[in-house]
Design a protein around this ligand. Structure first.
Ligand SMILES: [Fe+2]
Length: 266
């Protein structure tokens, strides 16, 4: 039997072992990821509520939420950065720690039955797409953690303090939306980081998360909470010099998708 509370305790013990107690900036970086993980766990509990999952599958989803960013701590320790590079991608780092350092046996001592599902979910949770040939069960749990993770990104972007952190370091350039991104929005395709040139492009990338949801309940949760609208409103307030017609286009693309689900709101 899986035990979520035990995994949570062990995860917290592991993550807190990176705290120095002396270097405040360094410790802040660790605490940010602990807080993110706990929020993703809370969102995961919301998502699985309405799914036709067995009790053990619910627990597995919660354990994946707890472990999905386990690679962030050593990434921060080595680079003091959360930017994924060829040298260190936190998804692969997480898989490596769990598999090669056998930490999965420490976090989940009860059974080896779910190892491959957990490892694949950790490995693919932050990639642009997941392999088409993943077995069905692995794919399901990959998709669910991707949805929970996306939800937390949109939550953060809707909060004023974190909004600045998520947007401020991007350039301004011509203050217009990259036309290639406009085409992707129109097709309701994902927006890849390679198209990002300015703050409006990153806004569009974040809006495009909405049509990448697999679990519609998770997307409807974001819709109900108004995270994306709040993010766009903050953008308008903070960057009024950006092209208003491009901003309207982004809003229209969002409403087009949200409109499809108007009847499903309680
Ligand atoms: Fe992640």
């Amino acid at each position: 039997m899986l035990n979520v509370e035990q995994v949570k305790e062990r995860f917290l013990q592991y993550a807190r072992s990176f705290l120095t107690g002396t270097d405040q900036d360094f410790d802040h970086g660790i605490k940010v990821k602990i807080a993110h993980t706990l929020r993703v766990l809370a969102v995961m509990k919301e998502i699985v509520k309405n799914q036709d999952f067995e009790e053990e599958e619910v627990k597995l989803a919660c354990i994946i939420a707890l472990l999905h960013d386990v690679g962030r701590f050593s990434q921060w320790q080595k680079f003091q950065s959360y930017v994924d590079t060829d040298e260190c991608n936190h998804c692969e780092e997480g898989e490596r720690i769990l598999r090669d350092e056998a930490l999965i046996e420490v976090f989940v001592p009860e059974t080896r039955q779910y190892d491959e599902i957990i490892l694949q979910a950790v490995k693919w949770h932050g990639k642009v797409s997941i392999p088409v040939n993943l077995p069905q069960k692995e794919k399901l749990f990959c998709e669910i953690i991707r949805d929970a993770d996306r939800t937390d990104i949109l939550y953060l972007a809707s909060k004023e303090k974190e909004f600045d952190f998520l947007f401020a370091h991007y350039a301004d350039g011509d203050k217009k939306l990259n036309p290639q991104i406009a085409r992707l929005l129109h097709k309701k395709s994902p927006v890849n980081f390679k198209f990002i040139r300015n703050k409006m492009d990153i806004l569009a990338l974040r809006v495009s998360l909405i049509w990448q949801y697999t679990f519609i309940d998770a997307m409807l949760y974001v819709k109900r909470e108004g995270y994306v609208e709040k993010m766009i409103a903050l953008f308008e307030e903070k960057y009024p010099e950006y092209d208003q017609s491009d901003l309207n286009l982004i809003k229209e693309e969002l409403q087009e998708v949200y409109g499809l689900f108007d009847d499903e709101d309680p």
